[in-house]
Design a protein around this ligand. Structure first.
Ligand SMILES: NC(=O)C1=CN([C@@H]2O[C@H](COP(=O)(O)OP(=O)(O)OC[C@H]3O[C@@H](n4cnc5c(N)ncnc54)[C@H](OP(=O)(O)O)[C@@H]3O)[C@@H](O)[C@H]2O)C=CC1
Ligand SMILES: Nc1nc(=O)c2c([nH]1)NC[C@@H]1CN(c3ccc(C(=O)N[C@@H](CCC(=O)O)C(=O)O)cc3)C=[N+]21
Ligand SMILES: [Mg+2]
Length: 300
């Protein structure tokens, strides 16, 4: 079998178009422009690229983008003060603090200082609790993007065996919650899992969120399974020339594509959907903040 390639880049463009439509309506009918504030502490070049592309797409869909770049040695209290200002700024409907934060900061403390209604990452404990109990919340962007692609490809996921590899708070755990919400039978695997190969071989849906380049080989994949590769790993690519690099996922693409029914590529899979869902969450947050009906089809 040769897998259907799930084109996250094209899907993300359609999501952004929908977001753009809602933004235009909010402006025309209500005079409201949704705003997204992104806070970056430090100068990690990869994060800078990512923050820049988020800012560009935010503006492209008609929203206001506010970028705050803080020095790597900024005091935690100063970051908390900025978050407080953004929490109280009526032009800001979504706040994202780029992770990871420098070592001297307490990530939990910082995340939980964000107004949960503006927490477009869905990382605040209040949103985590709402998601876990099946209530309306802000849903983390990466898992939300994965779920949109899975629903689009399969329709109903009810009764499917899903294996999520990775148990981070930002990807693995919320992904598992969403799949449970779709009535999948969900297994969460991690670094202590015994016989990961056997666990993965049972799965109709595999979501890999590990951060280990090409760790999942095709022979772990059940014939016809759907593979969602969240991993973004930059590896050396001497074949492209000296000092060159390329991006790969957590799954070995070629061998997995031979076994899978459908697969997301890296790049061009989950990554673009994450950014599109960030914009979707911002327009959802803006609608809720103004007591307006939520845009349809942009959240779970
Ligand atoms: N496409 C996108 O938009 C995004 C992509 N990413 C990418 O996704 C990947 C995962 O990110 P994140 O969740 O933050 O990563 P974390 O490092 O926070 O978590 C990794 C998880 O993988 C598990 N793990 C590590 N080694 C193994 C192993 N050998 N076998 C099984 N499980 C293992 C860890 O287990 P344990 O808990 O036991 O340590 C942990 O639960 C990264 O490549 C990251 O760059 C992340 C966010 C967004
Ligand atoms: N508070 C917070 N929220 C996040 O959502 C968050 C974060 N911190 N820290 C870092 C991770 C990583 N992440 C990515 C999103 C999109 C791409 C993406 O668009 N990738 C492109 C490739 C980009 C390239 O070429 O480098 C693709 O996969 O096609 C990548 C990575 C969000 N994260
Ligand atoms: Mg992490």
């Amino acid at each position: 079998m040769t897998a259907t390639v799930i084109d996250g880049k094209a899907f993300a463009a359609r999501v952004r178009e929908k977001v753009g439509g809602h933004v235009a309506r909010l402006k025309q009918e209500h005079g409201i422009t949704p705003g997204l504030a992104v806070v970056l502490v430090g100068e990690d070049p990869a994060s800078q690229v990512y923050v820049r592309s988020k800012g560009k797409m935010t503006v492209e869909v008609g929203m206001s983008s506010y970028e705050h770049k803080l020095d790597v040695d900024t005091a935690e209290a100063d970051l908390l003060a900025l978050i407080d200002t953004l929490n109280n700024d009526p032009a800001v409907h979504g706040i994202l603090v780029q992770l990871p934060l420098p070592k001297h900061m307490n990530e939990d403390l910082v995340i939980n200082a964000i107004d949960p209604a503006k927490d477009v990452d869905g990382f605040h404990i209040s949103n985590v609790g709402l998601l876990g109990t099946g209530q309306k919340s802000m849903v983390p962007c990466t898992p939300l993007g994965c779920l949109m692609m899975l629903r689009d490809h399969h329709g109903s996921l009810s009764g499917m065996d899903a294996v999520v590899i990775g148990r981070s708070n930002i990807v693995g755990k919320p992904m598992a919650q969403l799949l449970l919400g779709e009535s999948c039978t969900v297994t969460i695997a991690h670094s202590r899992t015994k016989d990961l190969a056997d666990v993965v071989r049972r799965a109709d849906i595999v979501v890999a969120a590990v951060g280990r380049p090409e760790m999942v080989p095709g022979d772990w994949i059940k014939e016809g399974a759907t593979v969602i590769d969240v991993g973004i790993n930059r590896i050396d690519a001497p074949e492209k020339g000296e000092g060159k690099t390329r991006l790969v996922g957590d799954c070995h693409y070629d061998s997995c594509a031979e076994k899978a029914g459908a697969i997301t590529p890296v790049p061009g899979g989950v990554g673009p959907m994450t950014i599109a869902c960030l914009l979707a969450n911002t327009v959802t947050a803006c609608s809720r903040a103004n007591g307006l009906p939520e845009p349809e089809g942009l959240t779970v």
